[in-house]
Design a protein around this ligand. Structure first.
Ligand code: NAD
Length: 471
């Protein structure tokens, strides 16, 4: 029986590997035909993506409700309208993005002219995650298509309703010989990773990011890794307390109940100010989510029982007297209310691992500038926030902290700015996208030097002599 099971597993693996190979072969043949390179094809596919986002709003909202119980407003603003905005921007700017860029030349190649041409990379793989399963799947696809590539999207199996919705809608609207969805979990992704890609764009944990990078190395495939980390929010006592509290809440619990890569992961403030900050956060949380947040329709559920249990472990590792707000949970409905902890130990699990949920530890320092060394003592975060009226402190924070992005006096909004590159640094990732940066992420900037046959300078040819060397 064991041998038969082993054979079946081996057979299924061969079939899956074969299926992945067939998909890549078909896409490569389309890419080689040149079809995906034309302006017209790119715009038609971007327009199809836009129609998916605008004509199927209800279906998308329902899938997000089924996977995450995501509030409708968050579904619209963080997912549907984000994708529609990216499509509209790419369609509007595509001519400009595709235009060759003039470059300067020197006396060395006189007479000549030079330009940089954005060339598609070929057949690319987008591997996505579950927390914004519509937006984080399609936003990179917008960049891949705008740049003229054939693309395979592998959505996250952890958000199964959205994975199925994407497979259905992309199958219905997109050019099937150039844009495909392959559903599945780690085994299917492993099969895809065995193929040769011209770029892999991965969003997810750093742990799997390392697997992706190792697989890509085999084929010398370039990667973008959009990973996570512990995003700090520093609150200076010289701040606007009410607005600070509301904006921390918006970026934490108002973004998928903290299951967001750019949500504040922990807060640092001074010992003297902590109680005021906690009071303000508690007051605003009650105004926004009511006395019993588990009943609020405006708070996403935890994605699944594994993640629920992971978060409960983080919570239970902290002694109960440190929990200064919340702590309510309901496993049957996968709900955890906004929870704040004060002065948890620096070596506790919650201060080591990314929280990625509704728990917010606050740690305190004597002087606010000590927060810089606390942050710099950890891996480089995807985002870092500072709340302060003090311009010197803010500027020093921007200069001293290395992070994927920094936002002052707000949280998470940098993600929505299409004029800014979005990506991590160090442990939080490599490469960036959004707007024109997405186009660049999926393009090769080909250097072209144009020369004629005039001015064929003898000095560059042998026989070499001392006079030539001086030239
Ligand atoms: P996940 O479980 O959905 O995994 C991400 C993808 O990796 C999925 O498509 C999954 O099928 C695939 N995968 C999982 N295990 C694999 C394996 N062993 N081999 C190959 N592929 C595998 O998502 P996750 O990892 O739980 O994502 C959460 C993390 O993602 C957090 O750290 C978060 O901060 C980060 N994140 C980053 C961004 C960003 O834009 N930087 C956005 C969202 C989430």
């Amino acid at each position: 029986f064991v041998a038969a099971l082993g054979f079946l597993k081996w057979y299924l693996e061969i079939m899956a590997a074969d299926a992945a190979g067939v998909v890549v072969k078909e896409l490569r043949s389309t890419y080689t035909s040149g079809r995906t390179k034309s302006y017209e094809w790119r715009v038609s596919q971007l327009d199809a993506l836009l129609r998916i986002a605008t004509r199927h709003e209800r279906e998308i909202v329902e899938a997000l409700r089924s996977d995450l119980n995501k509030p409708e407003i968050e579904a619209f603003s963080h997912e549907i309208s984000a994708v529609a905005t990216s499509c509209r921007l790419a369609i509007k700017e595509l001519h400009r993005w595709m235009a060759p860029e003039k470059a300067k030349t020197s006396i060395l190649s006189f007479p000549s002219s030079a330009e940089i041409i954005a060339e598609p990379l070929g057949v690319v793989l987008v591997i996505s995650t579950w927390n914004y399963p519509f937006m984080l799947s399609l936003d990179p696809v917008v960049g891949a298509i705008a740049a003229g590539n054939a693309v395979v999207l592998k959505p996250s199996e952890v958000a199964p309703a959205m994975s199925a919705t994407l497979a259905k809608l992309l199958g219905q609207y997109m050019d099937a010989s150039a844009v495909k969805v392959v559903e599945g979990a780690a085994p299917e992704t492993t099969m895809l990773l065995e193929q040769k890609w011209d770029k892999i764009f991965y969003t997810g944990s750093s742990k799997v990011g390392r697997i992706i990078l190792a697989a890509a190395a085999k084929h010398l495939t370039p990667v973008v890794l959009e990973l996570g980390g512990k995003c700090p929010a520093v609150v200076d006592p010289n701040t606007n307390l009410k607005v600070t509290a509301r904006r921390i809440i918006a970026g934490k619990w108002g973004c998928n109940n903290g299951q967001t890569c750019v949500s504040p992961d922990y807060v640092i403030t001074t010992k003297d100010y902590a109680s005021k900050l906690i009071e303000a956060l508690s007051r605003e949380l009650e105004v926004l989510y009511g006395k019993n947040p588990l009943e609020s329709k405006d708070l996403s559920s935890i994605i699944n029982s594994d993640h629920f249990d992971r978060l409960m472990k983080l919570l239970n590792d902290v002694s109960s007297e440190k929990i200064v707000h919340g702590g309510q949970c309901d496993r049957a409905n996968l709900k955890i209310g906004p929870t704040i902890m004060l002065d948890v130990a620096g070596d506790s699990v919650i201060m080591k691992e990314e929280v990625f949920g509704p728990l917010l530890p606050i740690i305190t320092v004597d002087k606010i500038r000590e927060s810089f060394s606390v942050i710099n003592g950890k891996e480089k975060p995807l985002a870092a926030y500072v709340f302060s009226n003090d311009k010197n402190l803010t500027e020093d924070f921007i200069r001293s902290i290395s992070a994927g992005s920094i936002t002052t006096n707000d949280t998470a909004l940098q993600f929505a700015e299409r004029g800014l590159p979005f990506g991590g640094v160090g442990e939080s990732g490599m490469g960036a996208y959004h707007g024109k940066f997405s186009f660049d992420a999926f393009s090769h900037r080909k250097a072209v030097l144009r020369r004629g046959f005039r001015c064929d300078v003898a000095a560059r040819y042998p026989p070499y002599n001392a006079n030539k060397q001086r030239l």
